[in-house]
Write a protein that binds this ligand. Structure first.
Ligand code: ADP
Ligand code: MG
Length: 476
């Protein structure tokens, strides 16, 4: 049963139609826009991004819990990235069958062999959660995944509060509008990028955004870029092929691209096999990893974000390895873990297969991929596992308990669809930012949040795909 819209927000249909028009204009005024698929490399024509007409109730305790655990996750990601034995063991079975992860892993190994050129580490991540409803109605914050590369939407998330505030005021809900939280995710991430560049220590050097050929989502990146420029930090936008064509390292391993010295490489690409269209793209990745530029993320931190590492972390005793004297931190992190199961060859993996086949609707099957739309649900889990269950192909996946958030009604606004009320599920993301210089953590912060809401008929899919809508939490 879906939860009806909270009484404080409920209103009649005619008013909703009017509000939707007000809402669209508010979204444009805040720059909640994206390019169209047909004109993805031009801003001649833009459309508003999908968003919800109203904020979604989120229990205050869960929200605060997600913020409080973020700096622990930052530390954890950073510690794992420095633990080569752990990464090697955790990914051993995966890289036997998953060529993409194997290729990333080979770069990681090569860098370790050569020695890292740069001791400044910049981590910008987003930990995503859903609230799992127990049979007794209780809600538990459960992590879906942590993104250690190209964690997007900070720009839009920071502008969404004003959109909902305005809608609610026009709707005569002043009190509710005042409860919409501020969100400083974008400036927080920029603060960390600026800090890393300052430590790099060159007035001339730029922040390079490494971006896709398809630039539909450019505005989210522009929010970061323009904020950097506001702080007098120059940025450039480049593709893998620009780096392979013009990128060089000087004798100090300083990275130059198109004549610019690069202080920070910020990856908004590089997490999908399709991003590496040629051998030259892989060579470019290696060149950047070898360089003195600060990489966000570096190759090791990128690997920490794999689903396999997430599953290994849920094993008994593993968090203790990273926080040997901090049982409170271990407890705080572990409380957010859903059931995660290995599909490695052997009796434990066999048990996982049997469990999944017996009750597929209880689980989600995940390959080592990012970017949405890759997971398997229900009968598809059986199809994949029936095919792979006896072979090591199955180790390309992990199995996870399916989280069941409480559906809540909301109106979904999208430029290519009718306004309609839907039963919706929400995913809360929390942005973390840290900078380490050698052994010193010089910054470790939770900088903001992102609420995405989708109609419950969709199992998977992101905002750019038009499935998930931008939203704001309304603490209750
Ligand atoms: P990706 O790296 O592709 O973003 P995710 O692990 O975030 O992979 O999964 C994509 C989407 O699938 C999530 O945004 C969420 O909607 C859904 N999803 C993932 N894991 C679960 C789960 N355990 N229970 C319910 N839904 C899930
Ligand atoms: Mg995700």
């Amino acid at each position: 049963m879906a939860q009806a819209m909270p009484d404080e927000i409920m209103m009649d249909a005619a008013l909703i139609e009017d509000l939707a028009e007000v809402a669209k204009d508010a979204a444009f005024l805040q720059g909640i826009v994206m390019r169209t698929p047909e004109l993805c490399n031009s801003s001649k024509l833009v459309v508003y991004m999908p968003f919800t007409l109203f904020p979604t109730p989120v229990p205050k305790a869960a929200y605060l819990q997600s913020l409080a655990v973020q700096t622990c996750f930052n530390t954890l990601v950073d510690k794992i990235s420095q633990d080569q034995d752990f990464l090697q063991e955790a990914l051993a079975s995966t890289i036997e069958v998953d060529d993409f992860t194997a290729r990333l892993f080979r770069i990681h190994q090569q860098i370790l062999k050569e020695g890292r050129a740069q001791s400044i580490v910049l981590g910008l991540n987003r930990s995503d959660y859903m609230l799992d409803q127990g049979e007794d109605g209780s809600l538990a914050l459960k992590q879906i995944e942590i993104n250690t590369i190209a964690a997007g939407l900070s720009g839009r998330a920071s502008r969404m509060p004003d959109v909902h505030r305005h809608i609610l005021k026009v709707a005569g809900k002043l009190e509710v509008s005042q409860r919409i939280l501020d969100n400083n995710a974008n400036n927080g991430l920029v603060g960390a990028i600026a800090k890393a560049r300052e430590l790099y220590g060159s007035e001339r050097a730029v922040v390079m955004f490494l971006v896709e050929e398809n630039q539909r989502n450019i505005f989210d990146q522009r929010c970061l870029e323009n904020e950097l420029w506001k702080r007098n930090i120059p940025t450039i936008r480049k593709h893998f092929n620009n780096v392979s064509e013009t990128g060089t390292l000087d004798q100090d391993k300083k990275l130059f691209v198109d004549g610019h010295e690069v202080a920070v490489v910020y990856f908004r690409i590089g997490y999908m096999p399709q991003n590496y269209i040629s051998e030259q793209a892989w060579d470019a990745r290696l060149l950047m990893e070898r360089s003195l530029a600060v990489k966000c993320p570096d190759i090791s931190t990128h690997l920490v974000g794999t689903k396999k590492v997430q599953q290994e972390l849920a094993r008994p005793g593993v968090l203790e390895r990273f926080f040997p004297d901090q049982p409170r931190v271990v407890e705080q992190i572990r409380a957010t873990f859903a059931g995660l199961y290995t599909l490695d060859m052997g009796p434990e993996g066999d048990k996982t297969v049997a469990m999944a086949l017996a009750d597929p609707d209880r689980f989600v099957l995940k390959p080592q991929r990012e970017g949405g739309g890759n997971n398997f649900y229900g009968s598809e889990i059986c199809r994949v596992l029936q095919g792979a269950k006896g072979s090591k192909e199955r180790t390309a996946y992990i199995l996870m308990d399916k989280i069941h958030p409480t559906p809540v009604q909301n109106y979904l606004l999208r430029h290519d669809g009718p306004l309609k009320v839907s039963n919706c599920l929400s995913e809360l993301g929390v942005f973390g930012a840290y900078v380490r210089h050698g052994k010193d953590m010089v910054m470790n912060e939770c900088v903001g949040h992102l609420l995405r809401t989708k109609s419950s008929e969709h199992e998977d899919g992101g905002v750019s795909a038009g499935v998930a809508m931008l939203d704001n939490p309304l603490l209750v």
